[in-house]
Design a protein around this ligand. Sequence first.
Ligand code: GAL
Length: 430
Amino acid sequence: MRSQRRSSALLAGIAAASLMLAACGGDDQSGGDQSGGVDTNGASEVEVFTWWTSGGEKAGLDGLVEVFGEMYPGIEFINGAVAGGAGSAAKDLLQSRLQAGDPPDTFQAHAGMELADYIAAGQVEDISALYDEFGLNDAFPQDLIDLLTVDGKIYSVPANIHRSNVVWASPSALEAAGLDPEATYDSLDEWFVAMDAVEDAGMTALSVATTWTQVHLLETVLMSSLGADAYNGLWDGSTDWSGSDVTAALEDFERLIGYTNTDRDGLDWPDAAQMVIDGNAAFNVMGDWAAGEFDAQDLVAGEDYIYFPVPGTDGMFGFLADSFTLPVGAPHREAAEAWLDAVGSLKGQTEFNIAKGSIPARTDANPDDFNDYQRSAIDDFGSDTIVPSLAHGAAAPIAVSNAISDAVSKYTAGGSDLTTFQDELAAAVG
Ligand code: GAL
């Protein structure tokens, strides 16, 4: 990530595709750069359901809304966003609305197992025909299309690719603790030594927030401690959740939680990131929507903050993607199709991701449009081993991740010991 490698196959593919795009003068059918092609049949509004309400997340959504407005000026964007990082409040509300037959026109869902839940419940429509209409079949990496496809059908349009296993750090806090901001840590054990120094200097070593951010931290510890193959095995049954390797990972998690702020349960992710921005905490583990937040505050990478993979996860890309759906019974179906056109368009993906901190799902985006962090993520996505995020719907169905969240919350609040915690995690995954 810090190594500034630029020669991955993906990047080469992107560069080649970008050149082709430039040579063709832009392909409006797939890029959708001018105006949209959906026959909207006079549709006047579209309700878009997300949980992007502030900071870099809102800025990303705003960028997409602007492109949508250019493509479909006659359709009013109705913001159905519900605050709460990672959909912590939105997802339950969405489920009640879907069950009550009151769906929004479109909602964000995570590629992978979370989306598979909506598909299995018959709550979202097959939109394979729109992929043909918008020219999307060749726009996304095949691995991502495979993840979105169930029984040969595709049910959503991905807006981005996010990375989960990133440490965001405060150079000023590290210096105040006598640490070199340029230092790298090859393992969690090396990282613990630095955290001890930060604590000795009277600061919070690792900021964290409410339960879902603790689950997020846990997934990165599992990646680090187990390695990519055994981590992937947690989700296909080949790694035993009751085994000693998982016990060792949970011991690391126990130690990490010991370094965190005790007011964590009352905070959301922007608060924990803010502790790093303000120099009150040295480290925070968060997905790269944090990069969007830093950008929204005009902070400069390398000066105001630094980033590196969670120690022990270099070479792994903790994968998640936000993808927009067409719910069964959407009140403004044509308008929802128009929204999906904007989401899949080159311009929509560019404007959205520049502000969001993520990278475009489309492979023909121009890396030069993105900042240093994002270019490193584009590079890493092309060369790293992809491992699915637990906290963001890629690895496990919603019921499993809810049960894991309950176990984590109980454990970090002091309601269970490590043995019980491990038993509860094993039972959650089943
Ligand atoms: C994730 C989502 C990201 C970001 C994050 C924090 O679940 O995929 O786009 O919004 O939550 O809210």
